[in-house]
Ligand binder design. Structure first.
Ligand code: HEC
Ligand code: HEC
Ligand code: HEC
Ligand code: HEC
Ligand code: HEC
Length: 176
C-alpha cells in the first residue's frame, strides 16, 4: 500500500509538469486525480510494466465509436492463474463467479449534444496519448484533457488541410 501511494505521488508530480507545459490553458486542476475504482486496477502495471497493448482491452477503439471497457472475463484470462491470492484479485474473482461485471466509475464523458467517434480518430493516426495523456504511467486514470469544444477545435483547425484525413469545423459534424 505504501508503495502504491508513493507511485501515485511520483506519477502525479511528473505528469503534472507535462500537462502544465502542453495544456495549461485547458486543464481543470481538480481533474488530475482519478476516482476511486471498485478494484485497484492499474494502467501503470498493465500498459506500462507488462507492456500490454491498449487495444487488448479497448478493442472497440479501432472498430467503433466507443472504445469500450473490458468485461471481467478479459481479466480472468490471466487472473485465473496470475496473483490469485492477492486481495484485489479475490474481489475480482468474486464478480466473475457471481456473473457480475465490475461497476467501474466513468472518467471521460462528453455532454449528450456532442458526437464523438474513436474509430475515425484512431484510423486517422491520432494516438490515444494525444487525447488521454500518459496512461501507461497512471496507477489511476484521470481526466487528462479538458474535453472542451476549444480543445477539439484546436486540433481540428491544425488538421483542416491534411491530405488524407482532413478534420472539420462543421457544427453538425460534432453536434446533433
Ligand atoms: C488489461 C486491460 C487494460 C489495458 C491493457 C488498458 N486498459 Fe484502459 N481501462 C481498463 C479498465 C478495466 C478501465 C476502467 C477502470 C479504470 O478507469 O481504471 C480502463 C479505463 C480507461 C480509460 C478511462 C475510461 C473512462 O471511464 O472514461 C482510458 C482513457 C483508458 N483506459 C485508456 C487506455 C489506454 C490509452 C491504454 C494503453 C496505453 C489502456 N487503457 C490499456 C483496462 C485496460
Ligand atoms: C481524438 C481524441 C481521442 C483519441 C485519439 C482517443 N480517445 Fe478515448 N475518448 C475520447 C473522448 C472525447 C472520450 C469521451 C467520449 C464520450 O463521452 O462520448 C473518450 C472515451 C474513452 C473511453 C471510455 C468510454 C468509451 O468510449 O468506451 C476509453 C476506454 C477510451 N476513450 C480509450 C481510448 C483508447 C484506448 C484510445 C487509443 C486506441 C483512445 N481512447 C483514443 C477521446 C479520444
Ligand atoms: C495479460 C495478462 C493480464 C490481464 C489480461 C490482466 N492482468 Fe492484472 N495483472 C497481471 C499480472 C502478471 C499482474 C502482476 C504484475 C506485477 O505485480 O508486476 C497483474 C496485477 C494485477 C493487480 C494487482 C494485484 C496485486 O495486488 O498485486 C490487479 C488488481 C489486477 N491485475 C487487475 C486486473 C484487472 C481488473 C484486469 C482486467 C481489466 C486485469 N488485471 C487483466 C496480468 C494480467
Ligand atoms: C489531436 C487531434 C484531434 C482532437 C483533439 C480531436 N479530433 Fe476529431 N478529428 C481529428 C482528425 C484528424 C479527424 C479527421 C478524421 C478523418 O478524416 O477520417 C477528426 C474527425 C472527427 C469527426 C468526424 C468528422 C466528419 O467528417 O464526419 C468528429 C465527429 C470529431 N472528429 C469529433 C471530435 C470531438 C467531439 C473532439 C473533442 C471531444 C475531437 N474530435 C477532438 C483530430 C482530432
Ligand atoms: C470538433 C467538434 C466540435 C465542433 C466542430 C463544434 N463543436 Fe460545439 N462543442 C463541442 C464540444 C466537445 C462541446 C462540449 C464541451 C463544451 O461545452 O465546451 C461543445 C459545446 C457547444 C455548445 C454548448 C456550450 C455550453 O456552454 O454548454 C454550443 C452552443 C456549441 N458547442 C456550438 C457550436 C457551434 C455553433 C459550432 C459551429 C460553429 C460548433 N459548436 C462546432 C465540440 C464541437
Amino acid at each position: 500500500m505504501k508503495r502504491a501511494l508513493a507511485l501515485v505521488v511520483v506519477a502525479t508530480a511528473s505528469t503534472a509538469a507535462t500537462v502544465a507545459l502542453s495544456q495549461s490553458f485547458s486543464v481543470q486542476l481538480g481533474g488530475r486525480k482519478g476516482p476511486q475504482q471498485p478494484i485497484a486496477f492499474s494502467h501503470q502495471i498493465h500498459a506500462g510494466k507488462l507492456s500490454m497493448n491498449c487495444l487488448y482491452c479497448h478493442r472497440g477503439a479501432e472498430k467503433s465509436p466507443i472504445a469500450n471497457i473490458p468485461a471481467v472475463g478479459t481479466c480472468m484470462g490471466c487472473h485465473k492463474i496470475a496473483k490469485t491470492d492477492r486481495p484485489e484479485i479475490v474481489k475480482l474473482t468474486g464478480y466473475y463467479d457471481r456473473g457480475e461485471q465490475v461497476p467501474w466509475v466513468e472518467v471521460y464523458r462528453l455532454p449528450d449534444h456532442v458526437k464523438f467517434n474513436h474509430k475515425r480518430h484512431v484510423k486517422a493516426g491520432v494516438q490515444c496519448a494525444e487525447c488521454h495523456g500518459p496512461v501507461k504511467e497512471m496507477p489511476v486514470v484521470y481526466q487528462w484533457s479538458s474535453l472542451k469544444m476549444g480543445w477539439c477545435l484546436t486540433c481540428h483547425r491544425k488538421k483542416l488541410d491534411d491530405p488524407q484525413f482532413p478534420a472539420t469545423m462543421d457544427c453538425v459534424a460534432c453536434h446533433h
